[in-house]
Design a protein around this ligand. Structure first.
Ligand code: CMP
Length: 137
């Protein structure tokens, strides 16, 4: 069964949006197969964001992702990889369409990093790599 790795970032947890975000994933019909709430380690973040190393937003992104607890989860279902990414909406919450998680619940907070509430794997290869980072067992 197709599966994806989803993160509810520290802004989503701090704003008390975990329940709403999980409800949208479940309402869409995807199964939640694993779930954890904890603060990410530096190793997990450098592995997860390896492709962004060297970009101007890399350090602000890692700092933001270390600010507080995150929820990591594995969701499954046919088409869950593109399906969750359309549920999440565009990376920039200002541009994200209404009806999406970022479009309805996110905005520009005037900071160097885009606090955009959630992450979802962008391909089968990324999903398997990211599941291995966040759920090594
Ligand atoms: P995510 O899906 O976790 O992938 C990389 C993250 O980097 C992205 O969500 C945003 O939080 C952040 N990001 C991507 N592009 C930019 C940008 N141009 N400026 C600031 N942050 C960004």
């Amino acid at each position: 069964m197709e599966r994806t790795l989803i993160l509810i970032k520290p802004d989503g947890v701090a704003r008390g949006l975990v329940g709403q975000i999980l409800a949208r994933i479940e309402a869409k019909g995807y199964a939640i197969d694993a779930l954890s709430l904890r603060t990410a380690t530096a190793d997990e973040l450098s592995a997860h964001y390896a492709e962004h190393e060297g970009k101007p937003f890399y350090q602000p992104l890692v700092d933001f992702m270390s600010e507080g607890p995150i929820v990591s989860l594995i969701a499954s279902g046919q088409g869950v990889i593109p399906g969750f990414r359309s549920l999440a909406g565009a990376t920039d919450p200002t541009a994200a369409a209404p009806g999406t998680i970022r479009g309805d619940l996110g905005r520009d907070w005037g900071e160097k990093v885009q606090k955009n509430l959630v992450h979802g794997s962008d391909s089968t290869e990324s999903a398997e790599r990211e599941v291995g980072i966040w759920f090594p067992a």
